[in-house]
Design a protein around this ligand. Structure first.
Ligand code: ROI
Length: 161
């Protein structure tokens, strides 16, 4: 079993319920167990700022699916929800990214693990640290050091009513 972290993000239609549906779909992936999810956070868009704020979270899974098989399963979840990506670095209905896959470093045309922008994204680092304090990102170092090096952070935990 590989320990894997998935980033979830949405800023179109009903981001909260799209994230909740995606979490349910992660639970039903074959050969996979959901270990846990971070809180849901509101975050300022990285990219053009004339788009709605995002809701972001990170989930941890244990899986026997290989990285390419997991990638296509995640793409299928995006498609099932009606994949909408309006423009480069723009609005998304639901986005699921493999952030870390065990201690693997992978660079293919389809997949870069650890995620290429992991060190720059507060909406990834902070939920990751919440799930796994002391985590070491292969090639980049400890999560806490990466968080200290962030220039800014605009994350707000969402309060569920
Ligand atoms: N910005 C935020 N805050 N959260 C995201 O999940 C996100 N995803 C993206 C881009 C458009 C780069 N910006 C984001 O793909």
């Amino acid at each position: 079993m590989a320990n894997v972290y998935i980033g979830l993000g949405s800023n179109l239609e009903d981001p909260l319920s799209q994230l909740q549906i995606a979490v349910e779909q992660l639970k039903s992936l074959p050969e996979t167990a959901l270990v846990g999810c971070s809180q849901f956070y509101g975050s300022k868009p990285l990219g053009p700022d004339d788009q709605p704020d995002f809701i972001n979270a990170v989930c941890q899974i244990e899986t026997q699916l290989s990285p390419p098989v997991l990638l296509s399963a995640l793409q299928q979840i995006e498609i099932d929800q009606g994949r909408i990506k309006k423009r480069h670095w723009g609005e998304r209905l639901i986005d699921l990214d493999i952030l870390l896959y065990a201690d693997k470093i992978i660079k293919t045309t389809d997949l870069t693990i650890p995620h290429a922008e992991i060190a720059l994204r507060d909406f990834v680092l902070i939920p990751l640290a919440e799930l796994s304090p002391g985590l070491v990102i292969p090639g980049l170092g400890s999560i806490e050091t990466l968080i200290l090096n962030l220039e800014t952070s605009y994350l707000k935990p969402l309060i569920h009513l």
